[in-house]
Design a protein around this ligand. Structure first.
Ligand SMILES: Cc1cc2nc3c(=O)[nH]c(=O)nc-3n(C[C@H](O)[C@H](O)[C@H](O)COP(=O)(O)OP(=O)(O)OC[C@H]3O[C@@H](n4cnc5c(N)ncnc54)[C@H](O)[C@@H]3O)c2cc1C
Length: 396
């Protein structure tokens, strides 16, 4: 392969594109990653979010050797309390009910990206083209497929799109998708509080949107990370903006003791993108480029990681069989393996948000009944914990 000819090009060096590259390198398969940013800005990204990493994703990271590089900078989730508004804690998910370890781990996004980038830059199987934005894709002829960038044409046998929610690769490959704007905004920030969190996460559902408070590892202060979803009408209201802390305190209700401080606040408009096709010719979509879901259940990254993991296994099979990276039968089998997991989570998060946001007597009754049924059924609780932990295989 020459400098501009690659078997596999990955577009996007987010958490999914980088992990996919490492999974391929583990199988001794060469890849080239392109990203529109330079290395400096990828390292300095203004992402203040944390990610709830499921047990399943943790196991993938551990096998790849990524987990130990996080050097204990993660917080285990031991329990999750779920309630309607400030009601008593209707459901308590406890890791002790299953013998699978913590329910998940909270890790800072900047740390994950820095660690992945470091590992990628050490691998002899991965080349990197920074400041390279895809302007067009030409793959009418699979044997002469290339992407156009500002300065150069890059030839590929397979293009893996991992360029996120607003994927341009998806657009250039003409892959259609379902889109819905939730008209909601997620406010993301950290808080410090007087009491210890003991690895407890909290999810409170309000008619204006859900509030998630996630435990953060910090040896100096008691800290949690907040994802507070609010209807965009409310979020843009001047009175709400002025009273932000007061409004938050009402919903937080001293759960971990008195609120001490709030960090800088970042806003994320919420929407869903879900592709009708996972691949088209020799372009395949993974992570948010394929399905970007509501963060209500903290599952977007975990779902994307499963895409990356199973696609890497599929491409390993192509290699073992002496086939081209793009092989129609193997890609169809990849699609079959992923379709249930994707469809289920896109629909579940969409419906959960619909049910748990919004006012109205009927919805409120439904929510309360639903939570009560759940709370009383150990079977339902354990099964949903296993799904959320990424330990239930949804491969067809
Ligand atoms: C508020 C919030 C909280 C969340 N919390 C959780 C959670 O707790 N757990 C969980 O599992 N998920 C969570 N998610 C979802 C998770 O953040 C995403 O699923 C994940 O970050 C997607 O990663 P990605 O690599 O697919 O895409 P991105 O992170 O969007 O990466 C895309 C990459 O592609 C590059 N790129 C874009 N366009 C181009 C182009 N034209 N040419 C070249 N390069 C390009 C970008 O520079 C970037 O590096 C949350 C999401 C939100 C909004």
């Amino acid at each position: 392969m020459t400098k501009n000819h690659h078997e596999i090009i990955i577009c996007g060096a987010g958490m999914i594109g980088l992990t996919f590259a490492l999974l391929m390198a583990e199988k001794k398969i060469k890849v080239c990653i392109v990203d529109k940013n330079d290395k400096e800005s990828l390292l300095k990204q203004q992402d203040n979010r944390t990610t709830a990493i499921s047990q399943g994703s943790y196991r993938i990271f551990r096998k790849l050797g990524i987990w130990k590089k996080l050097k204990n900078e993660f917080q285990s989730i031991n329990q999750i309390f779920v309630s309607e508004g400030l009601g008593s804690h209707d459901i308590n998910f406890d890791h002790k009910n299953l013998k699978e370890g913590p329910l998940g781990f909270i890790v800072n996004n900047k740390l994950i990206k820095r660690t992945l980038l470091n590992e990628v830059s050490k691998s002899k199987y991965i080349s990197f083209k920074y400041c390279t934005e895809i302007f067009n894709i030409n793959n009418e002829d699979i044997d002469n497929s290339f992407i156009e960038t500002k300065n150069v044409k890059l030839y590929f046998r397979m293009l893996v799109a991992a360029d996120g929610r607003f994927s341009r690769t998806r657009y250039h490959a003409n892959i259609k998708y379902y889109f819905h704007d939730y008209q909601q905004t997620a406010f993301v920030f950290n808080i410090s509080h007087t009491k210890k969190h003991h690895g407890v996460a909290l999810e409170r559902f309000f008619p204006t949107g859900p509030l998630a408070i996630l435990p953060v590892k910090n040896l100096k202060i008691n800290q949690s990370s907040v994802v507070w979803t609010v209807d965009s009408g409310v979020a843009n209201d001047d009175v709400f903006k002025i009273n932000f802390r007061k409004e938050f305190e009402k919903k937080y209700n001293n759960f971990f003791g008195k609120l001490i401080s709030l960090s800088e606040i970042k806003k994320y408009p919420l929407n869903v993108f879900s592709c009708y096709d996972i691949f088209k010719r020799n372009v395949v979509l993974i992570g948010d480029a394929c399905q970007a879901i509501h963060p209500i259940a903290g599952q977007g990254f975990n779902l994307g990681l499963r895409d990356a993991f199973i696609l890497a296994k599929t491409l390993e099979k192509s290699k073992e069989l002496g086939l081209e990276p793009f092989n129609l039968s193997l890609m169809k089998s990849y699609e079959n393996m992923r379709i249930i997991d994707k469809t289920l989570l896109v629909n579940a998060t969409h419906n959960l948000n619909g049910l748990f946001s919004g006012s109205g007597e009927f919805k409120s009754l439904l929510r309360k009944a639903g939570l009560r049924i759940f709370a009383q059924s150990t079977f339902l609780k354990n099964q949903s914990m296993l799904f959320a932990m990424g330990l239930r295989s949804l491969e067809a």
